[in-house]
Design a protein around this ligand. Structure first.
Ligand code: HEC
Ligand code: HEC
Length: 440
């Protein structure tokens, strides 16, 4: 039999096929440990909250990739259910590889030996920032820039450390204090699980009890494959088991094209060198200058600004004003299921997000208000002295008035089609595990 005509990578890509199917290392699927099963109960227990009506799952809805089910920019919650949040609810999906917060990557991987944040800031100050390019995103990974951590500002390092935050946050679960939480845990239907796991003395020490509860919630998020399903069409495509539609394939190319979207420069879409599936984030921070959102009640105070890395919700980088306005680059897996985008929830559809991405500096008057003198106030969610921190060098943010937008309307349509392939639920794990023998 004659071998098929040689076809180039580009030709295969144009047909929606993956020219180089790969076998990747996915997190093992095993039954949940007793600790993680307890964590699942805690995650879903509204009795932990001050109002007794809010659980972790209320805001981090499993049906929406553990992100918000609604379109509100920020969620109303707290003890009275009327306390507004200050930031959009992020997805809890795909956090299993989130590194700890740092500014200087630590080559030894040994967190204990790491310089203090202040020392890291000093080191970083001596280095020029590397331009972020989709075709060589690993160059940027050597950047001495803030990276890793949880929350939009990276202020927590571990899921365990993190879970304490929402528990007592007045705008989230608003538990009244450790004593109240401990009393509830002692009376809960799952109290026996605590005794079985930690011994009967667990209820004597409140601090340890709550610590273990938070550890259990963290174990649940790490062990339960629901938090990192890897069942998207894109995962199937990576394995050579799915064919992208023409629009999805064009969108994939625009996503990677350094002259167009350049999205993959920050939202990494290639498997890692050690064969782990891409998570569509480089774990780094950027100031994009998202417009101020009047729907956030805190923003009624003109003097209030959410500056991300430099506060007000973390204090340790307050004086590093070069980081003001920077927020964590989120994963784009399942992003098409969201109805609220960016740290301040300013946009409500991918079309709005991409329209702003490519027109931010071309027609700013469409996104930003005018001041008393009639001038457009670009990057109005930052005080004037920090507006220079906004990224105007990495494509697609490098366009100047008069330039053509980085993406045409048709390109935007295609990129959105591609982002839809990142939603879980397309393939089963079994399909993906099978050898990439026959192309679809
Ligand atoms: C009222 C809504 C609400 C509730 C309830 C809530 N969260 Fe969150 N969660 C948020 C918001 C908003 C953020 C982002 C806050 C920020 O960045 O400052 C967040 C952030 C997180 C993050 C960081 C995610 C990331 O991408 O960095 C984790 C993990 C998390 N929450 C877990 C939990 C757990 C566990 C519980 C229950 C103990 C919980 N949350 C309860 C609203 C909520
Ligand atoms: C220079 C790095 C960079 C590039 C390039 C980039 N992004 Fe982002 N992206 C970010 C950061 C940082 C955020 C969060 C910003 C914030 O909330 O203030 C973000 C947020 C998003 C969000 C919102 C996700 C959520 O959960 O709220 C979407 C969608 C998105 N980007 C898609 C894209 C697409 C599509 C492209 C290419 C056209 C792209 N990005 C290019 C850094 C980048």
């Amino acid at each position: 039999m004659a071998s098929p005509a040689p076809s180039t990578d580009a030709a295969l890509l144009a047909q929606g096929l993956n020219p180089h199917p790969v076998h990747l290392t996915y997190p093992a699927i095993a039954p949940l440990s007793a600790m993680a099963r307890l964590g699942r109960k805690l995650f879903n227990d509204p009795e932990l909250s001050g109002s007794r009506r809010v659980s972790c799952a209320t805001c981090h809805d499993p049906a929406y990739a553990y992100g918000p089910s609604g379109a509100e920019s920020v969620v109303m919650s707290g003890g009275d259910m009327h306390t507004p949040g200050v930031r959009a609810v992020p997805s809890l999906g795909y956090l299993y590889r989130q590194p700890s917060f740092s500014i200087v990557p630590d080559p030894s991987g040994d967190n204990d030996a790491r310089a203090t944040l202040d020392q890291q800031v000093q080191q970083a100050a001596a280095h020029a920032r590397v331009l972020k390019i989709a075709s060589a995103p690993q160059a940027a990974s050597a950047n001495l820039v803030p990276q890793g951590g949880l929350f939009w500002d990276g202020r927590a390092n571990t899921l365990q450390q993190q879970a304490n935050g929402p528990l007592y946050n007045p705008a989230e679960m608003a538990a009244r204090g450790p004593a109240e939480v401990a009393t509830h845990l002692g009376q809960a239907a799952y109290a026996q699980a605590f005794r079985a796991l930690f011994g009967p003395s667990i209820f004597v020490n409140q601090v340890r009890l709550i610590d273990e509860a938070m550890f259990a919630i963290a174990r649940y998020q790490v062990e339960d494959s629901g938090f990192h399903r890897f069942t998207s069409k894109f995962d199937a495509w990576l394995a050579g088991r799915a064919r992208l539609t023409p629009a999805e394939a064009r969108g994939y190319l625009a996503f990677n094209d350094t002259k167009k979207g350049n999205c993959a420069a920050c939202h990494l879409d290639k498997p890692t060198r050690d064969g782990l599936p891409p998570l569509f984030t480089d774990y780094q921070y950027e100031a994009l200058g998202v417009p101020r959102n009047v729907a956030i009640p805190a923003n009624r105070d003109a003097a209030y600004y959410d500056l991300g890395l430099c506060g007000p919700y973390r204090a340790d980088l307050r004086h590093q004003t070069q980081y003001c306005g920077m927020f964590l680059t989120p994963s784009l897996r399942n992003t098409a299921t969201r109805k609220v985008y960016f740290h301040n929830g300013r946009f409500h559809s991918l079309d709005e997000v991409l329209d702003w991405y490519v027109n931010r500096d071309l027609v700013p008057e469409r996104f930003y208000p005018r001041n008393a003198a009639g001038a457009v106030v670009k990057y109005d969610d930052l005080p004037p002295q920090y507006r220079a921190n906004v990224d105007t060098t990495d494509a697609p943010f490098d366009r100047k008035p008069g330039d053509a937008p980085a993406l045409t309307r048709a390109d935007i349509h295609d990129v959105i089609a591609f982002l839809g392939t990142l939603n879980d639920g397309y393939a089963t794990k079994a399909t993906l595990a099978a050898a990439p023998d026959a192309r679809p």
